[in-house]
Design a protein around this ligand. Structure first.
Ligand code: AMP
Length: 216
């Protein structure tokens, strides 16, 4: 299975990608996670990326395309992968097509998780993430048992710098301008599947599995 998970920030791409990765035994590749690791390690790439990420802007295409090219060529992607947060611009989509052509592989589906702006703001401003295991909480709908402590591993919870309300608004604007046009691109290729993302995690997941099984 070679899948792109598409949708605005906060649509649930990461949550669904993790579950799909377990079910299909294929890697979950999130460009945002890769960049945040570089930031945490304090690399040159991380420092550069942070200056864009903190403002909710996109990191330049050439950097992202290089990261994806290197990642998709690794052995663990041989039987498939789930892309989360990539591509985000037309240039990235075209570079991905070019790379897949060179690797002689094809995408199976682009799953678009549909979520309204209000819901995105509601989800992201209350989102907290475990520093240690990455588990995602929502302070109102899925809070940890103990304040700021992960139920699963005891790690400390944090809020992403770009999950502050003013940055969320800009991320939504960037999504609308630069990323949304890709929907038409994938629709014309016959790959687009729209899924209502404003339901429970399990309902959305079951829907995704159902449409993917029908494609097999
Ligand atoms: P995410 O975790 O997917 O919400 O990404 C967080 C931030 O990382 C974004 O707001 C961008 O600054 C950057 N980023 C992640 N993926 C990409 C991408 N494909 N192209 C450009 N910037 C990206």
């Amino acid at each position: 299975m070679r899948i792109i998970l598409f949708g605005p920030p906060g649509a649930g791409k990461g949550t669904q990608a993790k579950k799909l990765s377990e079910v299909f035994g294929i890697p979950h590749i999130a460009t945002g996670d890769i960049l945040r690791e570089e930031v945490a390690r304090g690399t040159e790439l991380g420092k550069l990326a942070k200056s864009y990420m903190d403002r909710g802007e996109l990191v330049p295409d050439d950097i992202i395309i290089r990261i994806i090219e290197e990642r998709l060529k690794r052995e663990d992607c041989r039987n498939g992968f789930i892309l989360d947060g990539f591509p985000r611009t037309m240039a990235q989509a075209e570079a991905l097509d070019d790379l897949l052509r060179r690797l002689n592989i094809k995408l199976d589906a682009v799953i678009n998780l549909e979520v309204s702006d209000d819901e995105v703001v509601r989800r992201l401003s209350y989102r907290r993430i475990c520093k240690k295991c990455g588990k995602i909480y929502h302070l109102m709908f899925d809070p940890p048992k103990e304040d700021n402590i992960c139920d699963m591993c005891g790690g400390e919870l944090y809020q992403r710098d770009d999950d502050k309300e003013e940055v969320i608004r800009n991320r939504l604007e960037v999504y609308r301008k630069q990323t949304l046009p890709l929907l038409k691109y994938y629709e014309e290729k016959g790959l687009l599947i729209n899924i209502n993302g404003e339901r429970s995690i399990d309902e959305v997941f079951n829907d995704i599995i159902r449409v993917l099984e029908s494609k097999r």
